[in-house]
Design a protein around this ligand. Structure first.
Ligand code: ATP
Ligand code: MG
Length: 314
């Protein structure tokens, strides 16, 4: 039967500054742990909206590992492919926010449990028949074994499985050329791509995001460009259209893109039109930024439907 969505990547706990403008190189108060990790945020959002989901990843045998795994389980994610490493600690992300909206991350990923992911963690027989296999560039950037695990997942995908790619790669980590080389095998197989601002231009080598997105669409991919509070722009074949965002009070923007992606894929598995998927995902993304913590604002199906109803009425 297979899952609706399967993804693989770092399972993290996020610990953030309580106040703005407190850099990470000085003592000040933190709050957390909040369950995190881009792929986990995406999957948690999809599961809350009703998709049948499974996660592949590695956590430590510690409180933070249970914090993130328990959250996924509570929301119905199949966690049987999450491996508990006996020695490595669960990954963490420390974050501080500045008044200009920028943020600074300090990850414990490469030498922690997420860095222990291996191609053997991918069991093709368990993924057979799944509707969507979701790949994040962040997972591939962790180390060579993680990249190979992703390539294995994509190469062994059964023909009925579609591949979704969210670039989500920080240019600080690797050069643009390295990023392009790393992502190419996944982009080639991808059926849908979810770039954030500047990623489509960077990955295609085109002068603008618009050109980059159009070139992917010309190759037969659906492209969904995330535009923050403006919503999103969808490209399919030679068509492109904007789906406007919703106005909300932003408390914590981290994870909006991943929540958006989880909602969009859920809409696709239910046969919604691209425009309806865009509206559904814009609502989920907007709702997610209203709360502190990357997974905390992800709406349940009933909450999202009530939000959309309210927006129609006003
Ligand atoms: P991240 O990588 O931080 O998760 P991103 O750059 O991938 O984010 P964004 O464009 O910031 O993605 O946000 C994804 C989607 O969430 C947007 O397309 C929009 O639908 C919604 N969204 C994000 N921020 C806001 C906001 N302030 N108000 C309303 N909707 C928002
Ligand atoms: Mg993103």
């Amino acid at each position: 039967m297979g899952y609706d969505i399967v993804t693989m990547g770092p399972l993290l706990c996020e610990i953030m500054r309580k106040e703005l403008d407190k850099p990470l190189d000085r003592p000040a108060d933190f709050t957390g742990p909040y369950p995190s990790g881009d792929t986990a945020i995406m999957l948690n959002a999809a599961a809350r909206l009703g998709a049948r989901c499974a996660m592949i990843g590695v956590v430590g045998d510690d409180g933070f590992g249970r914090c993130v795994t328990d959250r996924l389980k509570e929301n119905g994610v199949d966690c049987s492919m999450i491996r508990v490493h006996p020695e490595a600690a669960t990954g963490t992300a420390f974050v501080c926010y500045y008044s200009d909206g920028s943020r600074n991350f300090l990850f414990h990923v490469h030498h922690a449990a997420p860095g222990m992911l291996e191609p053997e963690d991918v069991k093709p027989e368990k993924l057979a028949g799944s509707k969507w296999l979701h790949v994040s560039g962040f997972t591939m950037s962790v180390n060579q074994a993680s990249a190979e695990a992703i390539y294995k997942m994509v190469e062994t995908a059964s023909p009925e499985s579609k591949v979704c790619f969210d670039p989500n790669i920080r240019p600080e980590a690797l050069s643009e050329e390295e990023i392009r080389k790393l992502c190419m095998p996944v982009i080639r197989r991808a059926d849908i791509i979810f770039p954030s601002k500047s990623e489509a231009a960077m990955l295609t080598g085109c002068a603008t995001d618009e050109e980059g997105c159009r070139s992917w669409a010309a190759d037969g991919k659906i492209v969904v460009l995330k535009n923050g509070d403006q919503g999103c722009r969808i490209y399919s074949g030679t068509e492109a259209f904007d789906v406007p965002g919703f106005s909300v009070e932003e408390v914590d923007p981290t994870g909006a893109g991943d929540t958006f992606c989880g909602a969009f894929l859920t809409g696709l598995t239910e046969g919604m039109s691209l425009e309806d998927c865009g509206r559904f995902a814009n609502a989920a993304g907007a709702m997610s930024v209203r709360k502190q913590g990357p997974m905390e604002g992800a709406p349940s199906r009933a909450e999202l439907e009530a939000f959309l109803q309210e927006q129609t009425n006003t």
